[in-house]
Design a binder for this molecule. Sequence first.
Ligand code: MRU
Length: 345
Amino acid sequence: MAIGASPIQAVRWDGRRLAVLDQTLLPAQEAWLSLAGARDTADAIVRLAVRGAPNIGIAAAYGLAMELAARPSLGALEEGSEILLASRPTAVNLAWAVERVRTAALGAGPSTLASAARAEAQRIHASEDAASAALAAGGAAVLDGARTLLTHCNTGALATGGRGSALAVCIALAERHEGVKVLACETRPLLQGARLTAWELQRLGIPFALIVDGAAAGLLRGGEADAVVVGCDRVAANGDVANKVGTYAHALAARAAGVPFVVAGPTSTIDLATPTGDAIEIEERDAAEVLGFGGVLVAPADTPVRNPAFDVTPAGYVTALVTERGVAQPVDGASVAALVAEPAA
Ligand code: MRU
C-alpha cells in the first residue's frame, strides 16, 4: 500500500530558528511557533506544544544551541541547560540531548561554542530521523504476521524524528502488507491518540479506528488485535519501560490475551544509569488536565486529582524492544545493554 505522499513534520530548523507545529491546537488548527532560545523552547515543551520523547530531545538541543547563538558564554550554557532540563522529567531523551550539546560546546573554544552546539543539535536531529527509519523496518519484521495493531498515545512524526517509533512500525507494516489497520487509543487526559494519532493516520491513509482507553482490554480479549505496539519515554537498564499513562494496563491485557506487546523507540530512550523502572521520575501534571477539556469542566471543580503522565511496564511484560540498533528479545538487562554497547573496534 502506498502511504501518504507528503511527510508530516513537527519541527523545522532553518539554521537559525526552530519552528514547531503547535500540537496543543491540533487537529483544529495547524499553527507554527517560532522559537529563539532556551526559555521559549522549555515553555513549548512544558505545555506540550512540542512533545514525544525524541522530539523534546531534538527541540531541547536546538533550544540550547539558539541560546548560545544569542549569548555565547559558559554562563548561558549552564543557565540554558538548567532551564531545559527542568521542563519535563520522564523522557530521558531531553537530558540526553542537552548533555550532548553541552559537552560539544564545552569541548569547543569560546569563539566556536555556538557553532559547535548548533552542529551537535543538527547531528542529533539527523540521527533521530535515521533511527526512525531503521527501527520501523526492524519492527515490521518482528510483527510481520500481525494485521491489526493496537497503539497508545502518539508515536508518529509529531513525536519523533522521521515517521515515528511505534507508529512508524505500523506504517512500515502497512507498506509491506494489505489489510493492516490500527486501533488507536484516545489516551486520556490530553487525547494525544484522538487528536494527534488520528490526524496522522488520516493523512497517511492507513485504515484505523479510534477507541476509548477502557475498550482496549476487552478488544484484546476478544481477539480483535494481533499485537500491541507502543513507544517509550525511558527504558531502564533492566528493560522496564516508562511510557504514557495507560500503557501498563495494555501490557497486562495483552499478556492475559496472549498477544505480543512490543515497545519501539530509538536508543536515545535507553538510560543505563537508571537501574529499574522504580527509579524513573514520573511527571505529575496539573489537575486541570483531568478536571476538564477545552475549557469545559467534566468533574466538580474542587475534585481531588492524581495526574501521573506516565506509568512503568515491567520488562517481563515486554515481548520485544525494537530500536534502530536491533531488537532485544527477551527484554532484560543483558539484551538492553547489548543494544547500546559500542561495537568492538
Ligand atoms: O506526554 P507526551 O505526549 O510527550 O507523551 C508521549 C509518549 O508517551 C509517547 O508514547 C513517547 O514519548 C514515545 S514517542 C515516540
